[in-house]
Design a protein around this ligand. Structure first.
Ligand SMILES: O=C(O)c1ccccc1N[C@@H]1O[C@H](COP(=O)(O)O)[C@@H](O)[C@H]1O
Length: 207
């Protein structure tokens, strides 16, 4: 099956529209005030309203309060939640929406245990471990740490871009890939040519 492509950290309506035009499967909106890609509820709603109905919308949260997630859900039509902090499985499941759990991978990370702990997730999203930062760093990690089969779909992220996506897919065989920094011209500003090259690389295995 073809790998699914998600472009995260969309902050502008035009970037969401362009990602959809290029054939992306999902976009991600960051609801984390400390992120340079954080969007307001009003901005998120405008981006969502401009998307065609066949593009899924993922809302990213980092150790958010229940009230904040509920507030966003009341105002924005999110299809999937992505939890990038230390949220418990109970918290993640309590919104009764499909969710992805992000895992920041380093040597010794027990992915099988994480998959078991978050068995209610629709997938495990693997990102690079960078001390003190929750994600969106543009850093890759050692993909050989993903060698074992997991009971959950794997979404590969962390430092992917148009140059390494083909190699990543040859080595890892994830269900989906997720990119943010690697398709930007500046933090939060997506670059149309880089998005096109990334999606082409994901679909066809080369630039
Ligand atoms: O994008 C952010 O600013 C961000 C902040 C906090 C947690 C996660 C964040 N982004 C996600 O991190 C991964 C990897 O991003 P990158 O491609 O290495 O830049 C991805 O899932 C982003 O959505």
């Amino acid at each position: 099956m073809a790998v699914r492509v998600k472009i995260c950290g969309i902050t502008r309506v035009e970037d969401g529209v362009e990602a959809a035009r290029l054939g992306v499967d999902a976009i991600g909106l960051v609801f984390y005030p400390k992120s340079p890609r954080n969007v307001s509820i009003a901005r998120a709603a405008a981006i969502i309203a401009a998307l065609p109905p066949f593009v899924s919308v993922v809302g990213l949260f980092v150790d958010a309060t229940r009230e904040w997630v509920d507030t966003v859900l009341a105002e924005c039509a999110l299809d999937v939640l992505q939890f990038h902090g230390d949220e418990s499985p109970e918290f993640c499941a309590s919104f009764h929406r499909p969710y992805l759990k992000a895992v920041r991978v380093q040597a010794g990370t027990d992915l099988a245990a994480m998959a078991k702990r978050y068995a209610g997730a629709r997938g495990l999203l693997t990102d690079a471990f960078v001390e003190g930062v929750h994600g969106g760093t543009g850093q890759t990690f050692d993909w050989s740490l993903l060698a074992e089969d997991l009971p959950l779909p794997l979404i590969l992220s962390g430092g992917l871009d148009e140059h390494n996506i083909a190699a990543a897919l040859r080595q890892v065989h994830p269900a989906a890939v997720d990119v943010s920094s690697g398709v930007e011209s500046a933090k939060g500003i997506k670059d149309a040519a880089r998005m096109a090259a990334f999606i082409s690389g994901a679909r066809h295995g080369s630039l």
